[in-house]
Design a binder for this molecule. Structure first.
Ligand SMILES: Nc1ncnc2c1ncn2[C@@H]1O[C@H](COP(=O)(O)OP(=O)(O)OP(=O)(O)O)[C@@H](O)[C@H]1O
Ligand SMILES: [Mg+2]
Length: 299
């Protein structure tokens, strides 16, 4: 099976500034691939290279088997692209812009864009410049999906969308996957990619540090937990649980770090009267540190 995206030593320097360095990656057809990294890591650079908006310093990218540089309109028609900071014609209404883009992509009029706009509760009759940031983002989402492309390349697609609309967007991704399309999307939110991706690549300072299946990633996920009890609880009992670290008990409040499954911890807690549980996902930096320390060991 030919990869939907293949990166071979893909490297981009902006003058002397590092964009991305030596990326090797294969994204399979039908896969939802989450591209995760903090600000400045190189996500947008990678995506712009895939779209031939910038050119590699060395190495190469293949998109649907073609070189993005020579793929031309043929390739473009098969790719849906959502830019990190979408530049849209502000004077046009959503309907005008989407109709125009639809024509470019061989659609007759709005095509599926009408239905997509409805699902995202986007008003197509207003000039794009008058829309709120979240609503402009919806236009960007609709234009990426409207021609049912084989491959979706989405740069932080949920940024600016409220939680309800994010959920609708996740549905769109799930449907695209069901139809056998490939989705490559960037994010800096671990919980988001955990939710929708089959595999995750973590990029840090221009390099791919980790490429993992979701299960493996979850098994290593760190979570900070706060468990509030009605009365005091014995610290030792919790500290002895496998995968539970940094246990602190103050009065009825237990805080700890849990690695992977929290099942045992929850069951241990349930033997006392629990009044509240708060869980925070670890930030990316902590996740990186774990990968560097443990080199893949989930202990
Ligand atoms: N046009 C440019 N000229 C010079 N350096 C650039 C340019 N575009 C990006 N860079 C640099 O390349 C690196 C990667 O940037 P990139 O925009 O790809 O990061 P990102 O992962 O998309 O970050 P964010 O989460 O903030 O969107 C950064 O150090 C950035 O400063
Ligand atoms: Mg970016």
């Amino acid at each position: 099976m030919e990869a939907a995206i293949r990166l071979e030593g893909l490297t981009k320097y902006y003058g002397r500034d590092r964009g991305v360095v030596g990326l090797d990656l294969e994204v399979l057809p039908g896969e939802v691939f989450g591209y995760l990294g903090p600000n400045g890591a190189g996500k947008t650079t990678t995506i712009r290279l895939l779209l031939d908006l910038i050119r590699p310093s060395s190495g190469r990218a293949l998109v649907l088997g073609a070189d993005p540089r020579t793929g031309g309109p043929e390739l473009r028609r098969q790719v849906g692209y959502l830019a990190g900071d979408p530049a849209l014609y502000r004077k046009m209404t959503g309907r005008q812009l989407l109709t125009y883009l639809g024509h470019l992509r061989g659609l007759d009029g709005l095509g599926p864009a009408e239905m997509l706009a409805e699902r995202l509760e986007l008003d197509l009759s207003r000039p794009i410049g008058d829309l709120s940031r979240g609503n402009r983002q919806k236009v960007a989402v609709v234009q990426a999906f409207m021609h049912s492309p084989q491959l979706l390349v989405l740069d932080e697609p949920t940024s600016g969308l409220d939680p309800l609309m994010q959920r609708e967007f996740y549905r769109l991704v799930a449907e695209a996957k069901e139809q056998g399309r490939t989705v490559f999307l960037s994010s800096h939110v671990l919980s988001e990619v955990e939710r929708i991706a089959d595999r995750v690549g973590i990029v840090r300072e221009g390099r791919l540090v980790v490429v993992e299946g979701l299960e493996a990633l979850k098994a290593k996920a760190l979570r900070r937990l706060e468990i509030h009890f009605a009365g005091p609880v014995p610290r030792e009992e919790f500290a002895a649980l496998p995968g539970v670290q940094d246990v602190v008990v103050e009065d009825g409040l237990l805080t700890c770090t849990a690695v992977g499954s929290i099942d045992r911890l929850v069951k241990a807690a349930a033997r006392y009267e629990v009044t509240n549980v708060v869980s925070h996902e670890a930030d990316l930096e902590e996740l990186f540190l774990r990968y560097y320390e443990g080199a893949g060991d989930a202990a």
